[in-house]
Design a protein around this ligand. Structure first.
Ligand code: C2O
Length: 551
């Protein structure tokens, strides 16, 4: 591979959406941010210079970061933030991945405006295991607040209540024609008939899983989270925050007498208020520029709209997830761990914590919203976990007793326990190098069942099983798929159900795992794995780069 250099200047920029102008934090004044393009095997160097008042870190979501954990990016996990006026060079090599990923800020809620695509092309002279596309188009979903998202989350954390929902979803930063004062801010995909387009879909929204569909066109799913899958056709797809999906769009053989809307809106389970609006873009067949006569009629063309499923269509969500299978060919094998060294059972869900004295809290029954894994609501330290781990200075920063099982067993579909209170702590799980891990994540009904897109840094995992109700350790493993399960970095834990994943801890470092609904991360639905070095030189994490920011 070759080395590719990028320079990301973090600076403010005035941007107008929905007739509201505000100053937002951007990379190089672009919104959404610039695209990173590289081939599998390339080294990528991104120099990030912070020219704003906020502390910044950037994360290369889904990049495996094999022995390059210092470049992973989550604030206070792998690094201290880049402070005003400082710079840091993220340096990593793309290994064994091809498809679409994305980058985003990984501190507070700054990823609401700091995000952009990462396009990973196959190695030079390697081809796709599907029709060569005529064109490739990244489509990145986001959320727009008319107010400052940093104020939205800080107010929610202070009052203990839920944050204000966004004012719009966006496609490539544009809300589209279904919102007031937004028709001119519409993403247009101009296509020719009889061609195959590769759409690189990315959900960079903060708090909602999304259904996506294009009127009168079906989509062929070929890759998720930068891993090829067995191709299948679908009218509608589901994409959770943190997930990426490559689809082929085959255009109609002849110019149709219509234009087509593409649209995305949430899949929502569980409680709370949410933005139930719809973002849309336009798919337009572009006539050759020589045909002037037919041009005028294009304005009169019918606009066809897709039918999106109801907001709570769990059947569709489940069936879509079940259709995803690894390609599992000789060239692209699915290396599913067949044996397990350590088993973990994590409950994930919302709970609450006591309201501090002299405060009125707007959470359930006057408490504060909290979220937890095995009842631990993870607290970020004020230095970085990875440094503490690497230099053997865990004391006072974190403890290694993260519970491998819930503190109290109960019926996760039934009556919630009386005490919903969570413990705030900074606990990690320590894994010896190359441990084969099986992790079952069970959605609890402590404060209403809700699906959670769980994201693991530093690894891909195989989704070997999923189901509704209580996971049964005696019965359910018998039906695990150990042949061609989908391999990815973010999986939806079904509402009121469970998901089982397997991965090999072959990447030394400290790796964050969290719900990619940003509000749940803010409330504590996060934890970290500390993977020890192996014995061989190429199984060790190298020392930190000299420009690694200090706290
Ligand atoms: Cu896309 Cu830890 O995040």
């Amino acid at each position: 591979g070759i080395t590719r250099h990028y320079k990301f200047d973090i600076k403010l920029k005035n941007v107008t959406r929905l007739c509201h102008t505000k100053s937002i934090v951007t990379v190089n004044g672009q919104f959404p941010g610039p695209r990173i393009v590289a081939r599998e095997g390339d080294r990528v160097l991104i120099k990030v210079v912070n020219q704003v008042q906020n502390n910044i870190t950037l994360h290369w979501h889904g990049i495996r970061q094999l022995r390059s954990g210092w470049a992973d990016g989550p604030a206070y996990v792998t690094q201290c933030p880049i402070q005003t006026g400082q710079a840091y060079v993220y340096n990593f090599t793309i290994t064994g991945q091809r498809g679409t990923l994305f980058w985003h800020a990984h501190i507070s809620w700054l990823r609401s405006t700091l995000y952009g695509p990462v396009v990973i092309l196959p190695k030079r002279n390697a081809s796709y295991p599907f029709t060569k596309p005529y064109k490739e188009v990244p489509i990145i979903f986001g959320e727009w607040w008319n107010t400052d998202p940093e104020a939205v989350i800080s107010q929610a954390l202070q009052t203990g209540g839920g944050p204000n929902v966004s004012d719009a979803y966006t496609i490539n930063g544009l809300p589209g024609p279904l919102y007031n004062c937004s028709a001119k801010d519409t993403f247009k995909l101009k296509v020719k008939p009889g061609k195959t387009y590769l759409l690189r879909l990315i959900n960079a929204a903060l708090n909602d899983e999304l259904f996506f569909s294009i009127a009168n066109h079906s989509l062929t799913v070929v890759d998720v989270d930068a891993v090829y899958v067995k191709p299948f056709d679908t009218e509608t797809l589901l994409i959770t925050p943190g997930q990426t999906t490559n689809v082929l769009l085959k255009t109609k053989p002849h110019y149709p007498n219509a234009t087509f809307l593409m649209a995305a809106r949430p899949y929502v389970t569980g409680l709370g208020t949410f933005d139930n609006s719809t973002t849309a873009g336009i798919l337009e067949y572009q006539l050759p520029s020589t045909t002037t006569t037919t041009r005028s009629s294009s304005a009169a063309k019918k606009l066809l709209k897709p039918t999106l499923p109801p907001l709570n269509d769990t059947t569709l969500a489940t069936n879509f997830a079940k259709r995803l299978r690894s390609l599992a060919t000789a060239q692209f094998p699915a290396n599913v761990p067949q044996t397990v060294d350590r088993r973990f059972f994590f409950t994930v869900g919302l709970g609450s914590s006591p309201c501090p004295q002299n405060q009125t809290c707007q959470g359930p029954n006057g408490t504060k919203f909290s979220a937890s894994i095995n009842n631990v609501s993870f607290a970020l330290p004020n230095t970085a976990l990875l440094q503490a781990h690497f230099f053997g200075q865990a004391k006072g920063v974190y403890t290694t007793d993260f519970p491998t099982n819930p503190p109290f067993p109960f019926n996760y579909t039934g009556t919630p326990p009386n005490n919903t209170f969570v413990n705030n702590a900074t606990k990690v799980v320590v894994l010896p190098f190359n441990t084969s891990v099986e992790l079952v994540m069970q959605d609890t009904s402590i404060l209403g069942a809700e699906s959670h897109p769980l994201h693991l840094h530093g690894f891909n995992f195989f989704v070997v099983g999923q189901g509704f109700g209580n996971f049964d350790p005696n019965k359910d493993p018998a039906s695990f798929n150990l042949v061609d399960p989908v391999e990815r970095n973010t999986v939806g834990v079904p509402s009121g159900g469970w998901v089982a994943i397997r991965f090999i801890a072959d990447n030394p470092g400290v790796w964050f795992m969290h719900c990619h609904l940003e509000v749940h991360t803010s409330w504590g639905l996060k934890m970290a794995w500390a993977v020890m070095d192996g014995k061989l030189p190429n199984q060790k994490l190298p020392p930190p780069p000299s420009d690694l920011p200090k706290c």
